[in-house]
Design a protein around this ligand. Structure first.
Ligand code: 1CP
Length: 336
């Protein structure tokens, strides 16, 4: 697997590639299965359909890795928090008031279908294609649990971080334990490596970033690595800014996803010598295609030549992307 070789530090060339949200609404075959499933949560909890949409982009574009089709909010749902996806608006949860709502011991039974999806996908994937299991980072998942919706403001979470840090830390503790068990379940079911999505890491000031982002990520990484020798874990502390290097040093992740705004050369200079990066093409150039996409892709390839790297976007692919642009992107990378 080229993807795992790169994570082991081999400068595989051209670099292995996958795209965040590679299964999704830009694909007509995804929209068809999504309609068949009814709603998004039913799709996530239907192993046959979730496995199908995980495999669709691999068949069409030959990415080097598949990512389990699920969502970071399946875990809080499994812990007992209500969850629905408002059409066109994203997730809604009843903002968490009380820890006693959360039931760690019941979660496994509720997310069991997701682990079955992992088993099915691994059985059907080509041997050379890696399967990425994932969870949200505890801080990011807590943002949705405490505010009840996404978008990036998370005012209640940010206020609680000052006014009732004990409550926030107790939520993070529960999430950290639950995430370790959930990700271990994915490894046991056949995931070849793992990714932790800390998509909202960048909303916290430095002292809170250390407590709420770095510490829980470090606990998850060390628990999983000690139980699974050789397991590779990718972190994605989005919008971490100058906290990126500390995150990489302290968390113990093997590779780090870069968001769109981060200059990869600056990240290379700031992080430890052997850091492996994943990213970070602007999702907008994938939508634009043509010269903007090809120039930006070649620039990024130039910046990573001779190093182990995992080619990806800086954030998820948007539903308005033309499939032909994705196919062309693959040609440009493979011709590097
Ligand atoms: O209408 C639809 O079909 C639902 C759109 C959708 C999809 C395709 C959502 C709702 N989630 C997903 C799948 C998903 N989410 C995957 C699957 C695999 C793949 O990448 O192909 C993954 C890994 C995620 C992870 C996820 N969910 C993150 C972290 C990555 C990121 O985008 O930063 C986050 C923040 C979520 C929450 C979420 N789920 C869905 C939406 C629209 C959102 C974001 C809400 C917000 O704006 O805050």
């Amino acid at each position: 697997m080229k993807f795992i070789q790169a994570l082991q530090g081999e400068p595989v060339w051209p670099p292995p590639v996958w795209l965040m949200r590679q299964a999704g609404r830009y694909l007509p075959e995804y929209r068809e299965v999504r309609a068949q499933a009814g709603d998004f949560i039913s799709l996530c909890l239907n192993p046959a359909l979730a496995a199908e949409v995980t495999l669709q982009p691999i068949r069409k574009f030959g990415f080097d890795a598949a990512i389990l089709f699920s969502d970071i909010l399946i875990l809080p749902m499994a812990l007992g928090q209500g969850l629905r996806f408002a059409e066109g608006e994203g997730p809604r949860l009843p903002p968490l008031e009380n820890l006693s709502t959360l039931r760690l011991e019941r979660a496994q039974g509720i997310y069991a279908p997701v682990l079955e999806t992992v088993r099915r996908v691994r059985a059907e994937l080509p041997e050379k294609t890696a399967l990425i299991g994932f969870a949200g980072g505890p801080a990011t998942v807590a943002c949705y649990m405490l505010d009840g919706q996404g978008g990036g403001d998370f005012l209640r979470t940010r206020k609680l971080a000052y006014e009732d840090p004990g409550f926030v830390e107790a939520v993070l503790d529960i999430l950290t334990e639950a995430t370790i068990a959930y990700l271990q379940g994915q490894v046991d079911a056949g995931a070849d490596c793992l990714m932790l999505f800390e998509s909202w890491a960048g909303i916290f000031p430095a002292t809170q970033f250390r407590k709420f982002v770095i510490n829980p990520n470090k606990r998850i990484v060390s628990a999983l690595k000690s139980r699974n020798p050789g397991l590779k874990i990718i972190g994605f502390p989005r919008l971490a800014g100058l906290m990126l290097a500390e995150y990489v040093r302290e968390s113990g992740v093997d590779a780090v996803g870069l968001d769109t705004v981060t200059d990869i050369r600056a990240a290379q200079a700031a992080c430890p010598e052997n850091t492996i990066f994943q990213g970070n093409l602007d999702p907008l150039v994938l939508r634009l295609g043509g010269k903007p996409m090809e120039d930006a892709t070649r620039d990024l390839l130039e910046a990573v030549r001779g190093r182990p790297h995992i080619f990806n976007l800086g954030h998820g692919i948007t539903p308005d992307v033309a499939e032909a642009n994705v196919a062309r992107l693959m040609e440009v990378i493979r011709a590097a």
